[in-house]
Design a protein around this ligand. Sequence first.
Ligand SMILES: [Fe+2]
Ligand SMILES: [Fe+2]
Length: 473
Amino acid sequence: MSHVDYSERIPNNVNLAGDRRLLKALESWQPAFLDWWGGVGPQVFAKNDVYLRTAVSTDAGGWAQFGFVKMPEYRWGIFLADPEPGRVIPGGDDAGKPVWQEVPGEHRNALKRIIVVQADTEPASVEQQRQLAATAPSLYDCRNLFQVNVEEARHLWAMVYLLHAHFGRDGRDEADALLERRSGDADKPRILDAFNQPCDDWLTFFCFTCFTDRDGKYQLGSLAESAFDPLSRSCRFMLTEEAHHLFVGETGMERIIRRAAQLAKEDKNGDARALGGIDLPTIQRYVNYWFAYCLDLFGAELSTNAADWFGAGLKARWREALDYTDHHANVGTRTLAQLVNGALTDTEVPLRAAMNETLRQDYAKDLERVVSVWNRALEEEGSEVRLRLPNTRFFRRQGIYAGAHFNPEGALISAEAFEAMRADWLPTDADRAYVSSLMKPVYGPGQMAQWIAAPRRGINRQPLDFAYVRTDG
Ligand SMILES: [Fe+2]
Ligand SMILES: [Fe+2]
């Protein structure tokens, strides 16, 4: 089951050949997908050979095969993680009962919505990043961008398979609509606002893959704990691909941070910008912005939707099956600081109502680890500067803290006090203009743009000066 059949038009490990109707429906969606890729996928090196990995099995180790591929010929397919024998519903009212192989009628609309919202982010990010290769800081980075792009497109396939296989006519319509919406389009935008923002510089790309893809990791993780087993298996395999996207973001940021420290040391005034780097205060402002922005993606701190979905078993907590013993979560509370009469006050809220907040805090903890890796790099480079995450209340535009103002430590402050510090805390127009002025392509094998350090090692044990993208056509 874990072996993927590449003799088929749509590579898969779900025995598509055994379901003629489904196969035909997906085969008729495929040309529209390829048109979409050609129209709004990567625009530079669109038809060059790129050193990419392709999934060949869903086994934990060795699932990927590396080789040169022209992106439009990438073998996008449908891969589910192997079934877990005897798997039971991890969380909610029916925890411990057998998982579902089909969608129960009463949860059909909610599950469809959950799948469509997740699915919509996948093509959106490809659209957002379509111009980035024009300013790639190295061929290594250009290749990583393309790997992320083809895998996000494969995530679209993963979700479209679920829509086609389990939601009938409605599901097929939703699959078509996924190719019709466009990131940033005034009439037909993508569903979530974060996926309508342009991504046109590489600091933004690395922030996106570090912070936004990590939100994706936690969303997929909570769906991997779903009672609907095909969704769980789909998300479990997507998570193995997602790990590479997070690696790209985390190490991309680390390399910029390292270079900032090196250049600050070289400059007589300690100014990395004077030597063409991105300085650490600017990086800290980007970290503040992206962290706050992505925290909003988790939804309201108190949410009846989240409580209902948990109760029904549609989603559960991060590592629900492994890390929790009380899978019902209908007794007990969690402490949440809320604004009561204009003052921050700790309140006790029901566990189920706070499921979004629980996932958000798991996400924040994961990023604390990432920032400590960056700070170790700063220490190694002899810098005294340390980066940090702002408090989860800082600069929120959704949920219970939206509308109030907090400093990066999380203290409630006035709007005037916030505005007075805004340019210290958040990227300014001048920061963005400066970062964008640095974006010049570097396409020589092994060469790096001035503002980013070389990676520690190449991809799949290839040397750093390997031509990861064949630029000569
Ligand atoms: Fe994805
Ligand atoms: Fe991703």
